[in-house]
Design a protein around this ligand. Structure first.
Ligand code: URA
Length: 246
């Protein structure tokens, strides 16, 4: 026997209406469980084995949901914000009540943001102890010297109690590719932790300003480049599995 849930709650959680709306549907006989119309709002549904239909379509309960958002600049990685749009506002048409972004990207950072209701996976992906790689592309105002790049790999003093954990850094532009004025540079940076403004503060420690930042992967899962900023899609089962493996 699988996990159980009240019928009215199940229907509401699956987006079939508010609790009172779904109660009205049940009363009208529009809901069947294993082929029989039911009138009991509180009927306990076996989430794995019972078949629930409403108004001619089957209701599929998913305990955990996973979305990959290409976060655009200008919205905040929070579930609520008094002023700005949040990343959840972009999941138009989804039931966002129990969803949250896994970690924060700054308001002006773009790229891969995982949004889920799986608290345990979210926690594991963010824990520095789990060593999950987060890969960023950073366009910066000033190239780093070789010894500054080595410092990224050894740990940088960004004004916190501890140095940053060893990070990987690789230059991915030649000197003129970065910006029309030819001054800046583009780097790929891989971190296993996620302190406040970390990438920006690591470059700042060497007098270089991050002018554009995009996260392109988390663990083995890479941002789907067909997603324009602001677009999202469900993770595939393989991607969820890859994140679980870390
Ligand atoms: N590092 C930053 O500085 N900002 C982000 O949004 C993510 C990592």
């Amino acid at each position: 026997m699988g996990e159980k849930m009240r019928l009215d709650r199940l229907l509401a959680e699956c987006g079939e209406g508010t609790r009172s709306e779904v109660k009205a549907y049940i009363k009208k006989g529009r809901v069947t469980v294993n082929g029989k119309a039911v009138k009991d709002n509180g009927l306990k549904i076996d989430l794995e084995n019972d078949e629930v239909w409403i108004s001619g379509h089957q209701v599929k309960y998913e305990k955990f949901r996973y979305f990959m958002l290409n976060k655009p600049q200008g919205c905040v990685s929070a579930t609520k914000d008094g002023l700005s749009a949040t990343v959840l506002d972009l999941l138009d048409g989804e039931i966002t009540r129990d969803l949250f972004p896994v970690g924060r990207l700054d308001k002006d950072t773009e790229g891969f943001l995982l949004i889920t209701n799986d608290g345990q996976l979210g926690h594991e992906l963010l824990s520095p102890r789990k060593h999950v790689d987060k890969k960023y592309i950073a366009c910066v105002s000033k190239p780093l010297e070789p010894e500054q790049m080595s410092a990224f790999e050894d740990g940088v003093d960004i004004g916190d109690e501890k140095l940053t954990m060893p990070a990987k850094i690789r230059r991915i532009s030649d000197e003129t590719a970065a910006k029309p004025d030819g001054i800046g540079a583009v780097y790929e940076v891989i971190l296993q932790e996620g302190r406040y403004h970390q990438v920006k503060r690591m470059f700042e420690a060497f007098g270089s300003k991050v002018e554009y930042l995009k996260r392109i992967s988390m663990g083995q899962v890479v941002l789907d480049e067909t997603l324009a900023p602001g677009q999202y899609r469900r993770l595939t089962a393989d991607e969820v599995e890859a994140l679980r493996r870390g």
